[in-house]
Design a protein around this ligand. Structure first.
Ligand SMILES: [Zn+2]
Ligand SMILES: [Zn+2]
Ligand SMILES: [Zn+2]
Ligand SMILES: [Zn+2]
Length: 801
């Protein structure tokens, strides 16, 4: 997904392998990125571009005349089944394939408004009604949506508007005698009903004035730190010849303290598995729902009511405003390139968007400025020279013509301030020397192909002119003359992304709504660049955690950090998720460094037994088993020994059994699921340590099953066992622990076990607050549960006779 699709990747790698060795050598030993780019792109042939075009055409990214009807019918099916969420999303797909100002689009919007009405999303429903009317909703159907509009307004307490809508509706009807009698009568009845409702509401609002809306009182860090924008005043930026740039605490920091709150400089939504079309597929259109259908492509807000771009079907937004902003900032250029960008992958897309955003800060000027500063003709230096530069920066000064001058930290402006801007992004390290020549060739040719498409598109826009005037204004980007500079900048960004791309994640609730426990999982929503977050170095046991609301990243201290200590976050390989060898390998291949964090140092010494959550135990005495190929019991008085292969295959069998039990659970066959899970647990106990992840998962599944049966006592008992496993693996203050405690709180809550519930809510809230802050959904939910429990009237004790 990050890199180009496999077909294009292997095509280019083959092209590389067929190049004469001399050319390969010239490219691999190019002094500068600019040389790498120019030499590679001179090798891009028309037939390569044709091949890429064929791949790009495989994606359905434009408007489609027949799709709206298909999706409307599919949506109606869901609507009939009362799956209003499913219906809304399918209507949205219909909307996105419709051309603006057509009956198709207005019908899709109108149907979606009905689904939103049933979901209780009245504000959004109203917006859709207006959209339907704007795009030419048929006159004959108007009464239907106007009535819905009036009902929404009543529910929202906007009574004056509701009355107005009803008046309009009534006057419209007397004017149109063609309306058949019976629907007319139904309408009259509904209108009467609504009028009564309005009166009732009016009386109520007089008695209870509306509660004051709570202000969004979250911190804004933009101006707090004089040196680094978006950071708290508790941290400061340093450099060091070995570490490069890093952040340290300037005072003691408490767990949960907000350290960085930064909006992405750029972000691109990961569209989900947008599979290219294949011939012979039963339907051209897919009803599968991906993140691309559910989140705004600009601000990443979750929405069932997306508004599509007027020109394509793949860019969808939460609102007209987001659509407009995206258009002005980048989409006017990207719109016609949808298929190509999907083929070239998210990194290429981000690289393009970065330079498009950068044009507002003038890419050319920044590059020239960098040239002056470094007094080198080319900014795209190989890393070795950069290192010398960094060394000089490390001393805070450098010698120039015998004079010692102060040099700022890379990425900072003349006043030493580091900001979330294109200049800071440009200064992120591309690690040019560490990438393989093939990889650089792949990136360079992809970027070069993109440049040629941009050139063709803007030429076309110039010569033929486009229908839409706003298209004409924006699609003639000023980069035509400097296309090579843009290409080099994009190549640099593509190489930077491997180490600096930040996954933007969200917590998605899984499982059915009827279940009393909500399961959540973290999903990757988008890829972004955050210049300030990028200043943090990695540790496998970090002292911060990161969370996202829309495109804003928040970094909070996950534990106490002493003054002078470095602020660290985890790039992915966390000590509780993988062993030291795997982590080291991952960090070396993706980030080009050997991790020396305390976790890696201590773990390397006690590798023999492996972590407790992966440990096997003795069949007869339950002591931990030790060894490599053949494991023997750790208890000296016990002579058990067994081959690792045997244990591993038992674990695989167990995994399969658990999968089968989960399937039963999903299909509502609860008793059967429980029987099978109890069997699994019994089996697990005979060879896995009590803290083995698998044991915890089985207990968690059992808790789900009992919760679904309504037996909260048994559910809580099993969840507490799962909790212990999570604690051993992830620690008592970890996010994972927070989610598990949240589940336990839900169970106690639904069982009205008030003291246990309050106690667990307290613990869960404490943990989740540290990682996610007060606006997290789960924290909010916990607070609601707590106030609900505290407001409960005392429950009579003992059975009533
Ligand atoms: Zn948005
Ligand atoms: Zn578009
Ligand atoms: Zn480490
Ligand atoms: Zn033993």
């Amino acid at each position: 997904m990050d890199l180009p699709v496999d077909e294009w990747k292997s095509y280019l790698l083959q092209k590389w392998s067929l190049l004469p060795v001399s050319i390969q050598l010239t490219i691999s030993t190019a002094e500068t990125l600019s040389d790498t780019f120019l030499q590679s792109s001179s090798l891009l042939q028309p037939e390569d571009e044709m091949f890429l075009k064929r791949l790009s055409r495989g994606y359905l990214v434009g408007k489609d005349r027949e799709a709206p009807l298909f999706y409307r019918e599919e949506g109606n099916k869901k609507f009939q089944e009362k799956d209003y969420t499913g219906a809304a999303v399918l209507y949205s797909k219909g909307v996105s394939y419709s051309r603006p100002n057509t009956e198709d689009i207005s019908l899709c919007y109108a149907n979606r408004s009905a689904a939103l009405f049933h979901l209780g999303q009245y504000e959004t429903c109203l917006k859709d009604i207006i959209r339907a009317q704007m795009h030419g909703y048929p006159e004959r159907l108007q009464p239907k949506i106007m009535l819905r509009k009036a009902e929404c307004l009543v529910t929202l307490g906007r009574l004056q508007e509701a009355s107005q809508t009803i008046n309009d509706l009534e006057s419209n009807f007397t004017a149109k005698p063609t309306v058949a009698d019976s629907p007319f009568q139904i309408l009259q009845r509904n209108l009467h009903h609504l009028k009564v409702k309005i009166q009732e509401k009016k009386n109520l609002t007089e008695i209870f004035p509306a509660a004051l809306a709570k202000a969004f009182e979250d911190m804004d860090l933009r101006e707090e730190n004089e040196q680094i924008s978006s950071a708290s005043s508790s941290i400061s930026l340093c450099t060091d010849p070995l570490k490069g740039r890093y952040l340290i605490a300037t005072k003691d920091i408490l767990p949960g303290e907000l350290l960085v709150k930064e909006d992405a400089f750029v972000s691109v939504l990961n569209p989900g598995e947008m599979q290219p079309l294949h011939h012979g597929l039963e339907s051209k259109w897919s009803t599968r729902v991906t993140n691309g259908d559910l989140y705004c492509h600009r601000c990443l807000k979750h929405t069932l009511a997306t508004v599509p771009c007027d020109g394509c079907s793949y860019a969808k937004y939460c609102s007209q405003e987001c659509m407009q902003q995206a258009w002005e900032l980048y989409h006017s250029v990207e719109c016609s390139l949808g298929g190509l960008l999907l083929t070239l992958g998210v990194f290429c897309h981000i690289a393009l968007r970065l330079t498009l955003l950068g044009r507002f800060e003038d890419v050319g000027k920044i590059i020239r400025k960098l040239c002056d500063e470094t007094s080198h003709k080319d900014i795209c230096l190989p890393e070795s020279k950069n290192l010398v530069k960094t060394l000089n920066y490390g001393l805070g000064e450098s010698e120039e013509n015998g004079k010692i001058v102060q040099t700022p930290i890379p990425g900072c402006d003349v006043n030493g301030k580091y900001e979330n801007n294109y200049y800071a992004v440009f200064n992120l390290l591309p690690h040019t020397e560490n990438h393989s020549p093939e990889h650089k060739f792949l990136c360079a040719l992809s970027v070069s192909a993109l440049c040629r498409q941009l050139e063709a598109a803007s030429l076309q826009a110039l010569t033929t002119g486009l229908k839409s005037s706003k298209l004409k204004a924006e699609a003639t980007p000023e980069f035509c003359p400097d296309l090579d500079i843009w290409g080099v900048a994009m190549l640099r960004h593509m190489l930077q992304l491997q180490c600096n791309a930040q996954a933007i994640t969200t917590i998605q609730q899984t499982g059915s709504k009827e279940n009393i426990i909500t399961n959540s999982r973290q999903v990757r929503l988008a890829t972004g660049i955050f210049p300030v977050v990028s200043l943090l170095n990695h540790s496998c046991s970090p002292n911060t955690s990161v969370s996202f609301i829309s495109t804003v990243a928040s970094i909070r201290a996950s534990q106490q950090i002493r003054k002078g200590q470095e602020i660290l976050h985890c790039y992915g390989p966390h000590e509780s998720r993988m062993g030291v060898a795997e982590r080291q390998q991952k960090l070396r291949s993706q980030y080009f460094f050997d991790c020396n964090c305390p976790a890696c140092q201590t773990e390397a010494h006690r590798m023999a037994a492996g972590p407790r959550w992966e440990a096997f135990c003795c069949n007869s005495c339950r002591a931990p088993m030790q060894g490599d190929d053949v494991l023997s019991c750790g208890n000296r008085s016990c002579a058990e020994s067994i081959s690792r292969d045997h244990l591993v295959s038992r674990l695989q069998d167990l995994q399969q059994q658990v999968e089968m039990a989960r399937k039963l659970l999903r299909n509502g066959k609860l008793e059967q699921a429980i029987r099978r899970l109890l069997g699994c647990r019994h089996d697990a106990e005979s060879f896995l340590s009590a803290e083995h992840t698998m044991v915890g998962e089985v207990e968690d599944d059992l808790a789900q099953a009992y919760a679904a049966l309504g037996d909260w006592r048994k559910s809580a008992m099993h969840l507490q066992k799962s909790l212990r496993v999570v604690e051993v693996r992830h620690g008592p203050h970890s996010v994972e622990m927070g989610h598990e405690l949240f589940k336990l709180a839900q169970i106690f809550f639904s069982g009205f076990a008030i003291p246990e519930a309050l106690n667990t809510i307290q613990k869960a809230e404490e943990v989740l607050l540290v990682h996610y802050g007060p606006w997290d959904d789960e924290v909010q939910e916990l607070r609601k549960m707590k106030s609900c429990l505290l407001d409960l009237p005392p429950i009579p004790v003992g059975p009533s006779v």
